[in-house]
Design a protein around this ligand. Structure first.
Ligand SMILES: [Zn+2]
Length: 155
């Protein structure tokens, strides 16, 4: 796909995500539109509820191919700075119509699955006490790369 066409799709996705109250995108490198950072709310009715999590998405292959994702701070569910194997995240399989929002939503939902986890980057056995300890820490996280500040991001 041509760069220009990709840019148009990404601009649309960015605009759509702006309307979503549960996630917000940032650009850590203003010269690179294919790397996004996204802050998203922890899944409701789970130990992560109230937490805010920050991940990096590599969109170089998007939308034809899988995005690459990594969590940027301790969260109790995913390893930090490790590219996640997202085959398990986008359960319906990858299509060029898969939106970035749906990838983040799946990441959020999958976060609270405590058992049967597999794939690179997953913490196999989550520890509820550790997750709960990290929730308030996540609420004041500041990303050194993009400037996202979790104390104000959803206010
Ligand atoms: Zn960031």
């Amino acid at each position: 796909m041509q760069r220009q066409e990709k840019m148009k799709i990404l601009a649309k996705q960015f605009g759509d995500m702006k309307k979503n109250p549960d996630m917000k995108a940032f650009f850590p490198d203003k010269t690179n539109p294919f790397i996004w950072h996204v802050s998203f709310k922890g899944p409701q009715d789970s130990p992560f509820e109230g937490g805010i999590y920050h991940c990096e998405i590599n969109l170089n292959a998007y939308p034809d191919g899988h995005v690459r994702l990594q969590l940027l701070h301790e969260n109790g569910s995913y390893q930090v700075n490790v590219s996640l194997c997202i085959v398990g995240i986008t359960s319906g399989g990858w299509t060029p119509g898969t939106t970035i929002q749906s990838v983040i939503s799946s990441l959020s939902v999958l976060m609270s699955v405590p058992t049967g986890r597999h794939g690179t980057g997953f913490i196999v056995e989550t520890n509820k006490e550790e997750i709960l300890r990290l929730v308030p820490i996540s609420q004041s996280y500041v990303c050194a790369k993009c400037g996202a500040d979790h104390s104000t991001v959803f206010k």
